[in-house]
Design a protein around this ligand. Structure first.
Ligand SMILES: Cc1cc2nc3c(=O)[nH]c(=O)nc-3n(C[C@H](O)[C@H](O)[C@H](O)COP(=O)(O)OP(=O)(O)OC[C@H]3O[C@@H](n4cnc5c(N)ncnc54)[C@H](O)[C@@H]3O)c2cc1C
Ligand code: FES
Length: 372
């Protein structure tokens, strides 16, 4: 990791728990729409920013007085001595537009310590075969996994199916080609281009469920693959999941990372306008960092927003039921989750909830953020 001394922080010294002011070490345009950003990690923060392949960082910044948090996946391997994320500009996107147009080397950003479960534990003696299935900017966490396997499991193989609109949209095209040259025997890439005119039909068009099934059966023994890592647009991920199900792949071999949906996320600024009608609110006990607080949660609100409105320092990133940063255990009472794209069934069975989605159904609830 870069051990240069960080510049004097220009950010507020009282950042929320888990956030640190990091200096931007490098900004690189990967494609017209995608920008990768590396951060300096001073020696005293190295431990806090130790990450697993496939995890994400959450960037926080104010836009017109509104504090926004956005998660971005790391695209490198933990042992490469670099902490780098890649951000794809969305039309009208505030954080992604800021990164594309304004962020420069030497700037400071509030960055949360790594998080996420789209990870891979490597084993140097393993002889596994992994498959990455990525679409567009979904390559970011998948590339972190690919690089990590190639470096840390010298006898394992990786095959990557990567879908894009055209050649110029392929994020990390050069890096992928370098990896291919470096690990000729162990790494294969299959590019599928929507606007491509490849002589082989399978390699052009959208990365649909049928195409994924055909590619996997044409080149591999899908049931023998040790781990599938999928990230991309919703329809592609659904299609990939369905294809693997049809092929009889065991669900525990499949990991999916969602970046969320096009639905407008609930923004932190909305908190300021949230009214708390005590008459129509549940009483919640929130346990976090070993202390207990009593708050009111409006019946039509959620636990996380209510805690933030009560000025509590709470963990969260996407506020869309995707990243699980706001996960806690419901110890007493009942809640209803609007959406859940992150928790596994066994976690739900053990009482875990996504507090950004949890609306109280009972008059009292007890929520424990410290539970593991
Ligand atoms: C776990 C996780 C990891 C992520 N990793 C990455 C990553 O590596 N690279 C990356 O570029 N993004 C990643 N994202 C998405 C990223 O966090 C932001 O949602 C995205 O950059 C939009 O933020 P914004 O502030 O630019 O847009 P906003 O200002 O919030 O929204 C602008 C417009 O974009 C739409 N929009 C917002 N979010 C999405 C979305 N996810 N998909 C489609 N439309 C959307 C909104 O409806 C709105 O119309 C990740 C998300 C999650 C949950
Ligand atoms: S903050 Fe991401 S799931 Fe709740």
């Amino acid at each position: 990791m870069n051990r240069e001394k960080s510049e004097q922080s220009t950010l507020s010294p009282s950042l929320p728990k888990g956030f640190h002011a990091l200096t931007v070490a490098d900004v690189r345009r990967e494609t017209e729409d995608a920008t990768s950003v590396a951060f300096e990690i001073p020696a005293e923060k190295e431990q806090a920013f130790t990450f697993k392949a496939g995890q994400y960082l959450t960037l926080m910044r104010e836009f017109d007085g509104e504090s926004l948090r956005r998660p971005y996946s790391v695209c490198v391997s933990p042992d490469e001595g670099e902490l780098r994320v890649c951000v794809k500009r969305l039309p009208g996107g505030r954080m992604s537009g800021y990164v594309a147009d304004e962020l420069k080397v030497g700037d400071q950003l509030a960055v949360m310590e790594p998080n996420g479960r789209f990870t891979l534990e490597t084993d140097a003696s393993a002889t596994n075969h992994y498959v990455g299935i990525a679409g567009g900017s979904g390559i970011t966490p998948v590339l972190s996994i690919v690089r990590t396997v190639l470096r840390a499991e010298p006898n394992s193989q990786v095959t990557l199916l990567y879908g894009n609109r055209g050649v110029n949209d392929i994020i990390f095209r050069r890096k992928l080609a370098e990896l291919k040259d470096q690990y000729l025997e162990r790494f294969s890439i299959i590019h599928v281009l929507a606007e491509g005119d490849d002589m082989i039909d399978l390699l052009s068009g959208m990365l649909t469920s049928e195409k994924i099934e055909s590619l996997l059966t044409a080149f591999l023994q899908p049931k023998d693959i040790d781990g599938y890592y999928i990230c991309g647009p919703g329809p592609m991920m659904d299609g990939a999941g369905a294809a693997l199900e049809r092929l009889g792949v065991a669900p525990e071999r499949v990991k999916i990372e969602s970046f969320g949906t096009a639905a407008p996320p609930v923004h932190a600024g909305a908190l300021a306008t949230q009214t708390q009608d005590e008459g129509d609110a549940a009483q919640a006990t929130v346990i976090i960092g070993g202390s207990r607080s009593q708050i009111s949660v409006p019946r039509n609100g959620n636990v996380l927003d209510a805690a933030l409105a009560a000025k509590m320092d709470m963990p969260f990133a996407c506020k869309g039921g995707v990243c699980c940063t706001c996960k806690a255990r419901l110890v007493e009472g009942e809640v209803d989750m609007a959406v859940n794209f992150g928790l596994e069934q066994d976690e739900i069975d053990r009482g875990f909830i996504l507090t950004c989605q949890a609306r109280p159904l009972t008059d009292t609830i007890v929520v424990d953020y410290d539970a593991t």
